[in-house]
Design a protein around this ligand. Sequence first.
Ligand SMILES: CC(C)(COP(=O)(O)OP(=O)(O)OC[C@H]1O[C@@H](n2cnc3c(N)ncnc32)[C@H](O)[C@@H]1OP(=O)(O)O)[C@@H](O)C(=O)NCCC(=O)NCCS
Length: 161
Amino acid sequence: MDKKVESKTVGYSRTVMSRIMLPSEANPAGNVHGGEIMKFMDTTAFVAAVKHCRTNVVTARVDELEFYLPILVGQLVTCRARLVFVGKSSMEVAVQVQVEDLKIDKPPKTALTAYFTMVALDDNCNPCRVPRLELRSPEEEALFKKREKIYLANKGKRKSN
Ligand SMILES: CC(C)(COP(=O)(O)OP(=O)(O)OC[C@H]1O[C@@H](n2cnc3c(N)ncnc32)[C@H](O)[C@@H]1OP(=O)(O)O)[C@@H](O)C(=O)NCCC(=O)NCCS
């Protein structure tokens, strides 16, 4: 990590990735497998986290993964990722998946959401410090505090196991 960079905004690492879903990613009825979308979410969270810390990162945890809508072959899927909380070496990334049918003139709908915890690693694969998250709105501050409580509670549970 560049030692001179002490904090970065949420916008700095915000990431959007889109792709068309293919038959090889679906069951015989044309429903895309949940795991394919989860992989796409993980990749988008990875990109956002690496942009924030500029080191390698690994996925440590996924929270509150919810599937609201089916996704079908031929639909355009867009993953949006943004950092919502940063600890010392961990970053929590909120990921929203939107789905749309390109042949129909309607806005995209939210199909899935989840929070991915990504941990930054140095060249020796040890967790390393990441820049602080510079919060620029009351919404960002409220979400940071909410996810910080969950981060602390989960840390406590891991210690007591
Ligand atoms: C994530 C990992 C690097 C943490 O290593 P560790 O030696 O346990 O590190 P620490 O206990 O010092 O924790 C480092 C950070 O990770 C966080 N962390 C560790 N385990 C976690 C978990 N299960 N869930 C959420 N965060 C976790 C800690 O809270 C800490 O965050 P902080 O620095 O912001 O406070 C290690 O458990 C690992 O490599 N796991 C496998 C990751 C992986 O390969 N993912 C892809 C699977 S295919």
